[in-house]
Design a protein around this ligand. Sequence first.
Ligand SMILES: C[S@@+](CC[C@H](N)C(=O)[O-])C[C@H]1O[C@@H](n2cnc3c(N)ncnc32)[C@H](O)[C@@H]1O
Length: 203
Amino acid sequence: MLRWDVGVYDQHVLPRLIHLAMKMKRLEPYRAEIAGSAEGRVLEIGMGSGLNLPFYSNRAKEILGLEPHATLRKLAGHSDVTLLAASAEQIPLDAASVDSIVTTWTLCSIPDVATALSEMRRVLRPDGRLLFVEHGLAPELEVQRTQQKWTPLWGRFTGGCHLDRKIDALIGDAGFEIEGLRTGYIEGPRAMTFTYSGSAKSR
Ligand SMILES: C[S@@+](CC[C@H](N)C(=O)[O-])C[C@H]1O[C@@H](n2cnc3c(N)ncnc32)[C@H](O)[C@@H]1O
């Protein structure tokens, strides 16, 4: 694509495609479980178009939605959320200032995911929870090969999404201890649907 086309696609087309793709009904049980477990002061990383907002319970007392993409922030605009125009690699919050962090299908797209996870650990209270549902590296070698082969091209059209990140290892390497982890395929092409969900706390 020409440079102009890339700009228009990334600014205007991609956010709407993300919204449509992420609105799928089959993702809602995961949203209900992960966002529904958040408590206290909640930071959602990569809030996108705000699709988790209906799933927060009244135990979530304050919701901060970090989202670097201006068009997605506009789509997410809602009276119940404070939007932060920032990237997860540099979270504009004090250390130990949030009770829960929610990340849903976002760790795949953050360019420097190790730095982002260490920022999440910094801003999370010591007894707080990182709640996640993410797609990533599948266990079967033949699926992994497809994921590795397609990630460079796939990423160009999806805002930098990686198909082949090993989510549990990334979370563990950032100094979190995973307390509950469920993995498995959801409906759809296997390269895109191997899912990791659960919670973690600081070690
Ligand atoms: C596939 S979308 C998921 C959106 C949303 N979490 C959901 O569940 O519908 C990936 C999201 O990651 C966000 N993202 C990409 N790079 C990021 C970064 N460096 N920091 C925070 N969010 C980022 C994108 O802007 C987008 O909102």
